[in-house]
Design a binder for this molecule. Sequence first.
Ligand code: G4P
Length: 541
Amino acid sequence: MSTLRSPEEIRREIERRRTFAIISHPDAGKTTLTEKLLLYGGAIREAGAVRAQKASRHATSDWLELEKQRGISVSSSVLHFEFSGHRVNILDTPGHRDFSEDTYRTLMAADSAVMLIDAARGVEDQTRKLCEVCRLRKIPIFTFVNKMDRHGRDPLDIMSEIEDVLGMDVVPANWPVGAGSDFRGIYDRLDRRLVTFSGGDHGAHRVDEKVIEGEPDSEGVREAMGVFADDALGGLELLDGAGVELDPIAVGKSTQTPMFFGSALTNFGIHPFLDRFLQLAPAPVSRKSDGEQVDPVSHPFSGFVFKIQANMDPDHRDRVAFIRVCSGQFVKGAQTTHVRTGKPIRLSNSTLLMGKDRIEVEEAFAGDVIGLFDPGIFRIGDTLADKPGVLYAGIPIFAPESFMRVEVAGVQKRKALEKGIEQLVQEGVVQLFRDPEGGSASWILGAMGPLQFDVMQHRLKTEYGVELSLSNLPYKLARWPQAGFEPEDYRYSERIRVVRDRDDHWALLAPSSWDFDRLLDRNEELVLAETPDPSLFERAG
Ligand code: G4P
């Protein structure tokens, strides 16, 4: 059994941790990049394993059957490996745009993000949304331009698109030499050297790298660039001439993003990226709790629940709460406090999920993510802390964009239906709204996209044995009025519906933003917010 380590050991463990999420639009190559990071990190010996693991998970899991049918990743897991003295934690996020809410929550647990961009497609819709969340949290964003083995857009073009669309200054840490089938290396602008790649067995194994030290126009570097020298030198001269240098403070505030080039498919550029990223990315930093900054090193154990998932595997019909450790050391079996209820709890059933595999965790440190078996006591956003006074801000709730009414007429197992919905709402699969008076007959479910409803129906059927019947509602937007709001004080059109959200706050649903604009025109004193508690983003920072 593990015991508490010395303060010096705890500090060393925390400082070597790098916990990040990869954000991208579906198909940009997130699964491939994740797998290649695992390959270079030594967690897998041959690429192909992650996809294979995905496939075997399909075979053993029935609710993930939906994943198989849709060919998408619904759930997210945590992957970790050791690399050059660092403990690397990758918070894997689902890639489908409908599951962005789950992805958003995962970003609350990350210390930095890798923004993956398809070299041919540039900044896409989902990338933009996820990037906005990272910027609200002010976590550093590292840009990896992928698929350089295909003919894509001019790197300068991609740079200016990121600057224009995402509003960050882009500082290339390296620059591509050649493109498409002729992509052969990168020039490392920070170490002033060229790295060329060869071999790699179509990406199954690591590639061979050759390093040539020197300025871009030095003889050796020029010669190794071959026919691509003029092009690469042109770009590099422009960048050096512009004189924008990497500024760790600006990166830390996500106003500047370091940019890297590579190909996850062929492994070209993965190693230089991983090396530099681990050097520049932050170790866990202080987090705001109610009124004070909690230092990850000097504070004893604390953490918060950023995700709850039940019935992940039919062999283990249980509920797991994912805890991001924010300070100190987690020791299996130790006692801590569940801050919302004020009750002491013993952290005995701790697990770590590596894809499908469960590993018992004896100890963990700030930056790590652990899974705790949850007998039904945890809620998303809950704080666990050894020391009194720590309370993390919770996880912001995003406004749904799609709404459905729950049809209860004729349902045989009403109790099971209600229990199932309550449970899955707690997990955050969908959001629940109710008419002020009226029971489950007035339940409205809200989601970021229609696929979440499919997951809800599928899980209610397989896990609770009930058919969920839903009917369409015309609403597309939700808004939350300011505190003290009383519905009868205002005038509404019939298109607006006044409901209570899960936390019993008032919320308004409408088919379009036009309806809210009209409402505000008619009721000058009304103030509406786009999320129940917009300040949570900053407080979570
Ligand atoms: P995602 O998780 O972001 O959705 O993307 P994923 O890694 O599944 O990759 C999407 C597609 O892009 C896959 O092709 C993958 O092989 C390809 N891809 C990823 N990285 C690169 C790259 O660096 N270069 C090139 N040329 N392609 C890349 P697919 O045909 O959809 O799947 P598969 O048949 O290859 O498995």
